[in-house]
Design a protein around this ligand. Structure first.
Ligand SMILES: Cc1ncc(COP(=O)(O)O)c(C=O)c1O
Length: 410
């Protein structure tokens, strides 16, 4: 079938449509089937695996009565996280969104600041900016990493900001552009060195949204430990889960101490006195969740190895599927392949939906990427760059079932 270009109710073929390879939904289903084999249907997008010391550690919390925000597993989990990310400190929080909020706050994001965020991300990245009463400023993504396009960002900032008293100020809004939050989308590391150069030149603090990228590496360094602060998530759908949880990781011990204080209701240390020296948040991760997390973290290498085996099999399965590119890790990086993805050549959006429908009909719970942030009602009037590549990626991308179990024993 020749793809068509819809204009209003009419459909017309343009010369570029005729050149565009069509996508056969059944070929995509067949490629996925060849990889997932006899896995029970439906095949979810991402399921946790509990095959280590989870029961032992959680039972210890129940036996000891340490189930809430005090207890030995929180500290053990934080130490293990800091070691994995090769940073000085980790502060565990109730979820990744709270960790993003903490990280933005402690690097100095204040009301009426602007924070650069890719429009192609999960809502939490943008929401956390608004929790600081700051404004997200949405930018474009690149096809290679699916993260912020550093060259496009540099061009955009050159046209948008002036330097005033050493700070980047958006000349249209008059607001300080205080921070930038690159997201390692689906576990693929963003181009951090280029982003650090662009943002460093303008005194814009870099915070990694590494919520999807625990175990990924950029130029041999672990994601999460590449910027002023990094943020992790341990939601049930992530590579490592605590049920719900997150963390701020950083090389700046002062920043970590501040995040820990503020996420513990800003309570002054004392055995019985309830003294708080400012307004804080109740964001600390409970011990029982940290116990689960520690047992999971002990298996991170096994999970990532399984996910990378699965990725190799998907890449091979999609090699000869017409009109489809498998999204591989960017050069010089090692992705945890949190979620495998394909990009369709056809960017009508309709074809993507047909492929999703065909997959769901046979129990493959594939899904599209998030709606771009700037199209959501609460963010429609926020500042933004040209975001056409991110929009095209969104119309073309499909995530594939990616649980580590699918890559075990193959
Ligand atoms: C890109 C991104 N940012 C932030 C978050 C927020 O993490 P959490 O769900 O733990 O709050 C998530 C995950 O859910 C995410 O995928």
């Amino acid at each position: 079938m020749i793809p068509t270009n819809s204009v209003g109710t009419e459909s017309v073929n343009t010369p570029s449509d005729l050149l565009r390879p069509s996508v056969n939904a059944s070929a995509v289903v067949a490629a996925i089937a060849s990889v997932v084999g006899n896995a029970p249907r439906p095949v979810p997008l991402h399921e946790p695996q509990f095959s280590g010391r989870e029961w032992t550690y959680v039972k210890r919390c129940l036996d000891d009565g340490w189930v809430s925000s005090a207890g030995p597993f929180v500290e053990r989990f934080e130490k293990a996280l800091a070691a994995r990310c090769q940073v000085q400190a980790a502060v565990a929080t109730v979820n990744g969104t709270a960790a993003l909020h903490m990280a933005l706050h402690v690097v100095g994001v204040r009301p009426n600041d602007e924070v650069i965020v890719p429009t192609l991300t999960f809502i939490a990245t943008a929401n956390a900016v608004t929790y600081c009463q700051a404004v997200p400023h949405f930018v474009d993504s690149e096809v290679q990493s699916l993260g912020i396009d550093a060259a496009a960002l540099e061009r955009h900032l050159r046209q948008t900001v002036d330097i005033e008293n050493g700070m980047a100020v958006n000349r249209q809004t008059g607001r300080i552009v205080r921070a930038c939050v690159p997201v390692h989308v689906f576990g693929h590391p963003s181009n951090i060195d280029s982003l650090a150069r662009v943002c460093g030149d303008l005194n814009i603090a870099l915070i990694e949204d590494a919520t999807e990228a625990l175990g990924s590496q950029y130029r041999g360094r672990p994601c999460g430990g590449l910027a002023r602060a990094g943020v992790l998530s341990f939601n049930g759908n992530k590579v490592v889960t605590t049920g719900g949880g997150g963390a701020v990781v950083t090389n700046d011990k002062g920043l970590a101490a501040r995040a820990k204080h503020l996420s513990t209701t800003a309570k002054m240390p004392h055995v019985w006195v309830f003294q708080h020296d400012e307004i804080g948040w109740n964001y600390r991760l409970p011990n029982i969740n940290a116990a689960l997390g520690l047992a999971q973290l002990e298996q991170l290498d096994t999970f990532v190895a399984a996910k990378r085996r699965l990725a190799t099999r998907y890449a091979a399965a999609f090699k000869n599927v017409r009109g489809v590119q498998y999204v591989a890790e960017p050069p010089d990086t090692k992705s945890n392949y949190w979620l495998n993805a394909i990009l369709l050549d056809d960017d009508s959006g309709e074809t993507r939906d047909n492929v999703l429908k065909a997959n769901h009909a046979v129990g493959f719970l594939t899904r599209p990427a998030w709606e771009p942030m700037h199209t959501l009602p609460m963010f429609r009037d926020t500042p933004r760059a040209d975001t056409s590549t991110a929009e095209s990626i969104q119309r073309r991308l499909i995530n594939l079932p990616s649980s580590p179990q699918l890559g075990m024993g193959v």
